[in-house]
Structure formats: structure tokens, C-alpha cells
Write a protein that binds this ligand. Structure first.
Ligand code: CO8
Length: 259
């Protein structure tokens, strides 16, 4: 049983709740639980899309600095793979994922948000990678995912200074995708996720895989990845249903089964 992370499933949307008062500081146990729940959300057929939410007050203020403060170099060497693993598990969910961000999303918290496909933020949100102020750097994917998302110059400014980025700036630089009032941001994220319930799950998984794997390689290899994913979908019932429905009834009326 998880203590600090909870998976709630409602009408086809899974919400991963971060629940470690006061600030959802991600200690090692919580990181492990988040990775495990991400794997569960990926595998469960009753979940079409996933929302990550820290509650109305705070998304997550980062790794638990109090836990990290006394770790030796040798101890961190053996823990560092686990630290990257939980955001990798989140990013590997083969379904649309979205973070609903209220309050602080800092350090490891910002890295959690970066591991989802899309980010909706409350107008009170503050994001950042303040690790430099602790004498370290982001270690759960921040240097890589932030620079891929907003470009290296803006990412370096945020990582070098450790400054907090407010909601308006985050929207302007593409760090978040939509702003909403704090008490509406979760509902808006659920609404976005709900679009994919009853969708062609295998095509969505293929689309996400092609975009994400393609970003890691040269264009030609990316196109090969796309071709393999594209042709593979011709083995699915959903593409038969989608095309037959189009021919017989016009666009957008197909019923998909996810097979
Ligand atoms: N770790 C542990 N405790 C924390 C953390 C944290 N990251 N953030 C806040 N807290 C605690 C405070 O110590 C305080 O505890 P207490 O009430 O017992 O004294 C309580 O939460 C409330 O915090 P504040 O009193 O400071 O509240 P404020 O509203 O004044 O400030 C801030 C909130 C701005 C969030 C402030 O607490 C802060 O700056 N926190 C640290 C943010 C930070 O540096 N995050 C980066 C951490 S390093 C990191 O994430 C490494 C990434 C690589 C590994 C990723 C693995 C997950």
C-alpha cells in the first residue's frame, strides 16, 4: 500500500494524487511509490489518461531536502538511478498524461510535471529548479526535459539562477500550456484527459512513443520509428473500425475498443 501517492480512477481517468504534507516533498519512499503507481496506471485497461495532482495548495516543493542533507557521495551514487527512475516511469506511461499544478512545483516537483505530456497551471503557480541554491543540479530529468521543452537558453537561465517562474511567464515560455484559477485547474485537467476515454488507445500509445522516441534521435531514425508505429496500427481493430466508420458514416463517428 502506498502512503504518500494515491491512484484514483474515475470514468476512465486516473488521477495520481501526491499526498505528503506539508509540501509534498518527495522523499525516497514517495519517489518509489510514484514510480510504482505510474507503472500501474500504464498497465490498467480502465485508465485511458492520467492527471497528476498535488491538491489545491501545492504541487510538490521538490526532493525532501531534509532527507538528502546528510547523504554521502557514495550513498547518492547508489540512489541516483532510483531518483531518475520514477520520473522515467511517469514519462513512460503510454497514455496521455497531464499535470495540474497549484502553488509550488520546484526541483523534483517541477521534474514530475516535466515528465507528463501537458501542464495546466493555476494562476498562483510558481515553478522552478532551485537546486543550484543547494549547491546541486536537477537530478530527476530537469536538465534534459526542461531544455528540450523550452530550449537551452531559457532552461539554463532557470537552472543557473534557481529563480521561481510565475504562472504568466511559465505560459509565455511554454513551460505550461494553460492557466486557470486555482480552484478550477484540476477540473480543467480532468476535462482534457477525459477526451481520450473511449479513444483508440493503441494509436495514442503509438503517437506518444513516436514523438518521445523521435525527439531522442536524428530525423531519419525518427521517421523510421514513425513508420514502424504507423504500419503496426494496421494490425489493430481500432484502425479497421476508424476507417470503416469514416467510409460509411463520415469523420469522427467511430467506436473504438482499444484493441
Ligand atoms: N524538502 C523538505 N522540506 C521542505 C521542502 C523540501 N523540498 N520544502 C518545504 N519544506 C518544509 C519546510 O522545511 C517547512 O517545514 P517546517 O514547517 O517543519 O519548518 C514546511 O515545508 C513549509 O515550508 P516553508 O516554511 O519554507 O514555507 P514557505 O511558504 O515559506 O516556502 C517554499 C515554501 C518556497 C517551497 C520553500 O519551502 C522552499 O524553498 N523549499 C525548498 C524548495 C527546493 O529547494 N526544492 C528543490 C529541492 S532539491 C531537488 O528537488 C533535487 C532534485 C533531484 C532529485 C529529485 C528527486 C525527487
Amino acid at each position: 500500500m502506498s502512503e504518500f501517492v494515491r491512484l484514483e480512477v474515475k470514468d476512465g481517468v486516473g488521477t495520481i494524487w501526491l499526498e505528503r504534507p506539508k509540501m509534498n516533498a518527495l522523499n525516497a519512499q514517495m519517489q518509489g511509490e510514484l514510480g510504482e503507481i505510474a507503472r500501474e496506471a500504464d498497465a490498467r485497461d480502465d485508465i485511458a489518461a492520467v492527471v497528476v495532482y498535488g491538491g489545491e495548495r501545492v504541487f510538490a516543493a521538490g526532493a525532501d531536502v531534509k532527507e538528502m542533507a546528510t547523504l554521502t557521495y557514495a550513498e547518492m551514487v547508489s540512489r541516483a538511478h532510483g531518483i531518475q527512475a520514477f520520473t522515467r516511469e511517469l514519462a513512460a506511461i503510454g497514455k496521455p498524461t497531464i499535470s495540474a499544478i497549484t502553488g509550488f512545483a520546484l526541483g523534483g516537483g517541477c521534474e514530475v510535471a516535466l515528465a507528463t505530456d501537458v501542464r495546466f497551471a493555476a494562476d498562483n503557480a510558481k515553478l522552478g529548479q532551485p537546486e543550484i541554491l543547494l549547491g546541486i543540479i536537477p537530478g530527476a530529468g530537469g536538465t534534459q526535459r526542461l531544455s528540450r521543452l523550452i530550449g537551452p537558453a531559457k532552461a539554463k537561465d532557470i537552472i543557473f539562477t534557481g529563480r521561481f517562474v510565475n504562472a504568466e511567464e511559465a505560459l509565455a515560455i511554454g513551460l505550461v500550456d494553460q492557466l486557470h484559477p486555482a480552484d478550477e485547474v484540476y477540473a480543467k485537467a480532468v476535462e482534457w484527459a477525459s477526451q481520450f476515454v473511449g479513444g483508440p488507445a493503441l494509436a495514442l500509445r503509438a503517437a506518444k512513443g513516436a514523438v518521445d522516441r523521435g525527439l531522442e534521435v536524428d530525423l531519419q531514425t525518427g521517421l523510421e520509428i514513425e513508420r514502424a508505429e504507423f504500419t503496426g496500427l494496421f494490425a489493430t481493430d481500432d484502425r479497421t473500425a476508424g476507417m470503416t466508420s469514416f467510409v460509411e458514416n463520415g469523420p469522427g463517428k467511430a467506436t473504438f475498443t482499444g484493441s
